[in-house]
Design a protein around this ligand. Structure first.
Ligand code: TUI
Length: 315
């Protein structure tokens, strides 16, 4: 059995978080992951307080296990969803795409464990000083909004920079990745891409199909010019976005406008030409649709076998 400090800290069976993915991580997926012993995370994405409250209550109908909410700090509704997590006494809050400074005091005062996603050691140290319980060090292999460093380089550096537990994210989709994360000093992992094809994940079947058919080089990063690079599966939308990004006659406002609604078109409508199918570089490692429980149990059985076999390297 694999166990780490993060399991005792949060009251979870397996040291795995399911990433809070916009238009993907709803109560159905997060509830299934939490019920299976991981930490399911509802994405507050760009939605308002009412949406989030409804999803939190749905999840609480499904399971009594701990869960989290991810707050995307660039959301126009960040202030109102920040209040909802406090009112609802959500056990864990993860944050992404910015610094959670202005919310930390209120969250900590009502007992929330705050676990920000960090793309660098500097930001990891900053959130540790603010009272974060742990950090998620996310490498650029991940899907969605990405930082510069790889998981292989970021995780050990963050582990050296802070005293709180570190979860590794980006490029982890099987038991080998989990074992490697432990070897880099992490206390657990966060996975997104692998959970896109969970049976309880409610995204359009075309999205799942694209992930299951993906090859190693099928993702690309766009949006660098706008200051928020995003990794997605290559398609007509990402290629057009990329071309506009390098066309100086296209303004930043036009470029932003081109991207509006693309995540919803992918996840809800399954629109393969105008949708943005966010996924990490590990998409090609995702081979079949399974329940969240099967995914977690399979990954940890593999990790245990890999870690048990590691002695073979020592002579
Ligand atoms: O946030 C993510 N992944 C995301 S957010 C998202 S929604 C979106 N849609 C369109 C454009 C942009 C975003 C899709 N995927 N991952 C966590 C993450 N956080 N990655 C990087 C960061 C981050 C970056 C800077 C965290 C803190 C940070 O602080 C520095 C600053 O300047 O605020």
């Amino acid at each position: 059995m694999i166990h780490s400090g993060i399991c005792s800290l949060l009251g979870i069976r397996y040291p795995i978080f399911q990433g809070g993915m916009a238009w993907v991580s709803d109560a159905s997926l997060a509830g299934a992951v939490s019920d299976a012993g991981g930490l399911g995370i509802i994405s507050a994405m760009n939605a308002n307080a009412d949406y989030l409250r409804t999803e939190i209550r749905k999840l609480r109908q499904m399971t009594n296990m701990p869960f989290g909410v991810n707050i995307m700090l660039m959301s126009p509704f960040a202030d109102e969803v920040a209040k909802v997590v406090a009112e609802e006494r959500v056990p864990v809050v993860t944050t992404g795409a910015g610094l959670p400074s202005k919310y930390m005091k209120a969250w900590i005062e009502c007992g929330i464990k705050v676990i920000p996603v960090v793309p660098s050691t500097g930001i990891a140290k900053m959130v540790e000083r603010m009272g974060a319980t742990a950090v998620i060090a996310e490498g650029g292999e991940s899907g969605g909004h990405v930082g510069d460093l790889t998981t292989m380089t970021l995780v050990p550096q963050v582990c050296d920079a802070v005293r709180i537990p570190v979860l590794a994210a980006g490029g982890i989709a099987d038991g080998r990745g989990i074992a490697a994360a432990f070897m880099l000093g992490a206390s657990g992992v966060q996975c997104g891409t692998r959970f896109l094809v969970a049976k309880e994940c409610t995204i359009h079947q075309n999205y799942k199909k694209r992930v299951l058919e993906a090859k190693d080089i099928d993702t690309m990063v766009t949006g660098k010019r706008l200051g928020h690079p995003v990794r997605a599966l290559k398609n007509k939308f990402t290629k057009e976005f990329f071309n506009k990004e390098y066309d100086s006659s296209v303004s930043n406002e036009e470029l932003e406008a081109f991207g509006v609604g693309a995540l919803r078109r992918a996840a809800v409508e399954g629109d393969e030409t105008t949708g943005s199918f966010l996924a990490g570089q590990a998409a090609a490692m995702v081979k079949k649709e399974q329940t969240a429980k099967e995914i977690i149990e399979e990954m940890f059985a593999e990790a245990e076998a890999v870690l048990n076999g590691a002695r073979k390297w020592i002579k």
